[in-house]
Ligand binder design. Structure first.
Ligand SMILES: NC(=O)C1=CN([C@@H]2O[C@H](COP(=O)(O)OP(=O)(O)OC[C@H]3O[C@@H](n4cnc5c(N)ncnc54)[C@H](O)[C@@H]3O)[C@@H](O)[C@H]2O)C=CC1
Ligand SMILES: CC(=O)C(=O)O
Length: 370
């Protein structure tokens, strides 16, 4: 198979879909790998690194899209990239379609087969291609939140760890999955007073067993969420209902009840955000204020640490890239129901029910297109 990897074009996105290591593995499996010139530079990989791994360097994105049977990327295709996709081509990348009707329409129109990293599952109920970036974003959240809390950046002027005689920041993490756990660990490590809320009792038990003492846990009822939110200096939004639009947990009206200068870090923004006042921002212009409350809503947080993130993502995606290339998408999905769960769009049909529900579109079962 010809596997193509274009340079990411989302603003300030420095990750790349294939590492030189993944390239070498694909070439060893007999595949051709086309890398757009400069695609790896932001993550510290030169064209020569890819050539040494056996890749061909393509002069631009158009030639990658024209020649490749499968496109491997990081972020959802931008409109100009959607226009380059064609029927029969495989797209393997993050898509986050539920809050994005424009991209969904463009992918349906392309006729391509689009497999979303974020809905591929594993045997333990996890999301193996979302998890590495959730680990990164979770660890970044207290870091960017602490910066935003500084007075000069619009925040309350509260120090995460406090100092002797002065209380630390109060951090509320809503959603105790991968993002939430990593955010809570780092915030607690910075000395903050941290509470994690979730709606899954088994998850809360797990967190308590593993981290009891480091941070508190609570059930995410509406009342408990608002009580803790009113007292919080920083709130990290880390909920997920796989493939679906994020539930809105703090409304525009309720925002007025928060402390002036409190900081919301809405990591769930890639699924539409879990605060009503959230709107996606970029690394170029990451924060904004509503009713005195600071919002950080960057939808590609891991892009800020592109090298670590590319390596972490590549470790997770490589076996799936090889399966798709070795077997073709149909056979790879037939033999791996977890990969089939990643299929969101095929030949003009939506194949992921939660996206259909979010966008008011009809979806067919993914099995029906195999
Ligand atoms: N902005 C960015 O750059 C990035 C964003 N993300 C996003 O972060 C979000 C979280 O991802 P993960 O932690 O990997 O998901 P996860 O599935 O590991 O955890 C989500 C948690 O939310 C809980 N939850 C669901 N509804 C809830 C509610 N109403 N109240 C409280 N808890 C609730 C679930 O029980 C689960 O424990 C996703 O939207 C993901 O796409 C992930 C990586 C990067
Ligand atoms: C998960 C995701 O969309 C990202 O890492 O950018």
């Amino acid at each position: 198979m010809r596997i193509g990897c274009p340079k990411e074009i989302k603003p300030q996105e420095f990750r790349v879909g294939l590492t030189p290591d993944a390239t070498a593995e694909a070439v060893a499996h007999g595949h051709t790998v086309l890398i757009e010139t400069g695609a790896g530079v932001g993550a510290g990989f030169t064209d020569d690194d890819y050539i040494a791994a056996g890749a061909e360097i393509a002069p631009d994105a158009t030639s990658v899209f024209e020649r490749a049977d499968m496109i491997v990327k990081v972020k959802e295709p931008q409109p100009v990239e959607c226009a380059l996709l064609r029927a029969g081509q495989i797209l393997f990348t993050y898509l986050h379609l539920a809050p994005d009707p424009v991209q969904t329409k463009a992918l349906l129109a392309s006729g391509a087969t689009c497999i979303a990293y974020e809905t591929v599952t594993d045997a333990r109920g996890g999301l193996p291609l979302l998890a590495p970036m959730s680990e990164v974003a979770g660890r970044l959240a207290p870091q960017v939140g602490a910066w935003t809390l500084q007075k000069a950046n619009g925040g309350r002027g509260v120090l995460m760890g406090g100092v002797p005689g002065v209380a630390p920041a109060r951090v509320l993490v809503i959603g105790g999955g991968v993002v939430g756990t990593h955010a809570a660990r780092i915030a607690a490590g910075m000395g903050a007073d941290v509470t994690v809320l979730d709606r899954s009792l088994p998850r809360l038990r797990q967190l308590d067993d593993q981290f009891g003492g480091m941070f508190k846990t609570g059930y995410a009822s509406k009342a408990a969420t608002m009580e803790l939110a009113r007292a919080a200096d920083m709130i990290v939004g880390a909920v997920l209902i796989p493939g679906a639009a994020a539930p809105k947990l703090i409304s525009r009206d309720e925002l007025k009840e928060l402390k002036p200068g409190a900081v919301l870090v809405d990591v769930a923004i890639d699924q539409g955000g879990c605060f009503e006042t959230s709107r996606a921002t970029t690394h170029q212009d990451p924060i904004y204020e509503v009713d005195g409350v600071m919002h950080y809503c960057v939808a590609n947080m891991p892009g800020a640490v592109a090298r670590s993130s590319t390596l972490a993502l590549g470790n997770a995606t490589m076996p799936f890239v090889l399966a798709l290339a070795d077997k073709g998408w149909k056979e790879a999905c037939r033999t791996d129901p977890h990969l089939l769960n990643g299929l969101n769009v095929h030949a003009g049909q939506l194949t992921y029910a939660a996206v259909g529900t979010a966008l008011g579109l009809s979806a067919v079962p993914a099995e029906s297109v195999l």
